[in-house]
Design a protein around this ligand. Structure first.
Ligand SMILES: C[S@@+](CC[C@H](N)C(=O)[O-])C[C@H]1O[C@@H](n2cnc3c(N)ncnc32)[C@H](O)[C@@H]1O
Length: 272
C-alpha cells in the first residue's frame, strides 16, 4: 500500500474540495440523494437503501459538502458526518448553516479518518453509510471492523463505490472499450496533481474485487443483504455532471455498486 495514503488524500482533497463542489453541485444539491457519480442511476428517494431514517442515529463517512447529511437530518435523523478533508468539513458546515434543519444541530460535521472511529463508543449508531466517500480511500478491513463496532446489533451499513469492472476500463471510446488495468491488480490507483502555486498532491484510491469487498464485510461480522448494480438511464446520464464518461462505457458495465449489509443481532460465530 502507498505509504501515508490517508495524509496524502487529506492534502489532495483539501486542494480539490471547492472545485469538486462547484463541478458537481447540480448532482449533489437537489435532495434526491444520489448514490455516486450519476451515470444515470436513480437516487435514494426511489431506492430506499437506508429505509425510514426518522429518529435514527446515523454516521456518515466521507461526507464531502454535507448534502446527504443535511437531507437525512431534514427527514428526522440525527446525523454525525465526518470527512478526512478539513476543507470539505468547513464547506459542509456552511452548507448546513444555510438550510433549515429541525431540530437545529441534528447534522454535525467532524474531521476524521474513516479507519479510526475511536471517537464513538461501541453500538452508537443505527446506520453507518457512505456515498462515494471514504471507502475507496481506506484499508477496508480496518474500516469495516470499526463500522461493525460502532453499529448497534441489527444496524445497517450501506455504501456506494465504483464497480470493480468499471475501474478496469478506459474512459475513452464511443463504440469499443479498452481494458487498461487487470481486474486482479490490487495496487493503488494514484494520480498526481500540480497546483498553480507549484505544489504537488497525490490522490490514492484502492481497487478491490467483488470477493474482496464481500470478504472484508464478512470478516468484520457484517452480512450482505443487497448488492445493487443499477442499469443506467440515458436521459439521466445526459444531465449528470459525470457525462464526460462515454455512454458506451456506462451502458456496457455497471458503474456504481451499492452495498447494503447488516450487523446481525447474534454474532456470526454463534450463527454458524
Ligand atoms: C468523491 S468525494 C464524495 C463526497 C460526498 N460523499 C459526496 O457525495 O459528494 C470522496 C470524499 O471522501 C473523503 N475521504 C477520502 N479519504 C477519506 C478517509 N480516509 N476518511 C474519511 N473521508 C475520506 C474525501 O475527502 C472526499 O470528501
Amino acid at each position: 500500500m502507498t505509504q501515508n495514503y490517508v495524509a496524502s488524500n487529506r492534502e489532495d482533497w483539501n486542494r480539490e474540495a471547492e472545485r469538486y463542489q462547484e463541478r458537481h453541485r447540480a448532482n449533489l444539491v437537489g435532495g434526491n440523494g444520489l448514490w455516486g457519480p450519476v451515470f444515470g442511476v436513480p437516487g435514494e428517494s426511489e431506492l430506499k437503501v437506508l429505509g425510514d431514517v426518522a429518529g435514527k442515529d446515523i454516521l456518515e463517512l466521507g461526507c464531502g459538502g454535507g448534502q446527504w447529511a443535511v437531507r437525512l437530518a431534514r427527514q428526522g435523523a440525527k446525523v454525525v458526518a465526518q470527512d478526512i478533508s478539513d476543507v470539505q468539513v468547513e464547506l459542509a458546515r456552511k452548507f448546513a448553516a444555510g438550510i433549515e434543519i429541525v431540530p437545529p444541530g441534528s447534522a454535525e460535521f467532524r474531521q476524521g479518518n474513516a479507519e479510526d472511529l475511536g471517537e464513538w463508543d461501541d453500538g452508537s449508531f443505527d446506520i453507518v453509510f457512505s456515498n462515494f466517500g471514504a471507502v475507496g480511500f481506506v484499508n477496508i478491513e480496518v474500516c469495516f471492523q470499526e463500522v461493525a463496532r460502532v453499529l448497534r446489533p441489527g444496524g445497517l451499513f450501506a455504501f456506494s463505490w465504483l464497480s470493480p469492472f468499471f475501474d478496469c476500463l478506459s474512459d475513452e471510446g464511443d463504440d469499443q472499450l479498452e481494458i487498461v488495468r487487470p481486474y486482479f491488480d490490487r495496487s493503488p490507483m494514484t494520480a498526481e496533481s500540480l497546483w498553480p502555486d507549484g505544489t504537488r498532491t497525490l490522490y490514492v484510491q484502492f481497487h478491490h474485487t467483488f470477493g474482496d469487498w464481500q470478504a472484508a464485510l464478512f470478516q468484520a461480522g457484517l452480512l450482505v443483504t443487497a448488492v445493487l448494480e443499477l442499469e443506467p438511464q440515458r436521459d439521466r446520464w445526459r444531465e449528470s455532471t459525470w457525462r464526460n464518461v462515454p455512454w458506451y462505457k456506462v451502458s456496457m458495465v455497471p458503474s456504481t455498486t451499492i452495498w447494503q449489509a447488516r450487523k446481525p443481532r447474534v454474532p456470526l460465530d454463534q450463527i454458524f
